[in-house]
Design a protein around this ligand. Sequence first.
Ligand SMILES: NC(=O)c1ccc[n+]([C@@H]2O[C@H](COP(=O)([O-])OP(=O)(O)OC[C@H]3O[C@@H](n4cnc5c(N)ncnc54)[C@H](OP(=O)(O)O)[C@@H]3O)[C@@H](O)[C@H]2O)c1
Length: 356
Amino acid sequence: MRRTLKAAILGSTGLVGIEYVRMLANHPYIKVGYLAGKGSVGKPYGEVVRWQTIGQVPTEIADMEVKPTDPKLMDDVDIVFSPLPQGAAGPVEEEFAKHGFPVISNSPDHRFDPDVPLLIPEVNPHTISLIDKQRERRDWRGFIVTTPLCTAQGAAIPLAPIYMNFKIDSSLITTIQSLSGAGYPGIPSLDVIDNVLPLGDNYDNKTVKEISRILSETKRMVDDDDNNLSLGATTHRVATIHGHYEVIYITFKEDVTVEKIGETLDSFRGEPQNLKLPTAPDKPILLINQDARPQVYFDRWAGNPPGMSVVVGRLGQINRRTIRLVSVIHNTVRGAAGGGILATELLIEKGYIDKR
Ligand SMILES: NC(=O)c1ccc[n+]([C@@H]2O[C@H](COP(=O)([O-])OP(=O)(O)OC[C@H]3O[C@@H](n4cnc5c(N)ncnc54)[C@H](OP(=O)(O)O)[C@@H]3O)[C@@H](O)[C@H]2O)c1
């Protein structure tokens, strides 16, 4: 009999924090036991939270008090979800890991530590074993696992099965991202209404860097002596609420057909599907053949649980060696909280979190 595990959510009032609360309300074996914050400490969650997602604040959570972000107050907590802001997250997460907690982080601060997994459960599950090195090197009882930037996941999830099965030469990605990707209150309205806001070199570069790390960690099935892939990203924000739309061109070192690429995407499954983890969608990639789809408004909540599938469409043959596709990812669900919960389920399955 599996015992119920108690989770603490740091940054619980933020846009990613609320998705953790929403998704864990019906989870079969993870229950919210501690809601942490900063400015909201001491207040009832239901009064202080801006519930900018579907549904309502779960009734059993609404009266819970938001408490300090302090590992010493969390004796009975088994798992710590950390959607904390960049900069604040790094030292806090280390402190929790030192105190023995498994920390599942959505923040960027530890994404490039070589001993910290940057995990998409379907794509690079074997990187979980980095935790052993991490604990040994840092002498921690707990550990940190990170999930990638939402934007990087929107491209890496469709690119991964293609990269594993074909010889890719280069890929160019253009993103059109939602406001919730920047947290609350996020971007000033005057910067983004009636505008397409370029996110700039820094954001472009970090997107490329994360996708490169993730793809380099996949298990390749093709022989390719030179698997150096040239990647470019141009990122933008527009006034949509949730859902990142990404246009991806891929050039191969060999002739490909759009049909073969479609079959590869459609048949892609990973360990979470094989293990039937509760937060695993049947299909991590939902291929859509309709013209002028995917659309952010209609497709961001795709999959079961809602928002956990990346929708891919507009597959097009540009020439014998180049194809185009478009993806839509729910940035705060698959790109953050849902990805964090799925990672946790896999960590439990692999024995890194006690499931007694
Ligand atoms: N939004 C996305 O789509 C997305 C996707 C992937 C990853 N991420 C990452 O997830 C993290 C959170 O993003 P978000 O969009 O949820 O941000 P957000 O809406 O701005 O929420 C931030 C939360 O962190 C708390 N907080 C702020 N400073 C803190 C501190 N020093 N100590 C403890 N708690 C603090 C706030 O609590 P109070 O309200 O109590 O002050 C609030 O609950 C960021 O690192 C972001 O890069 C976001």
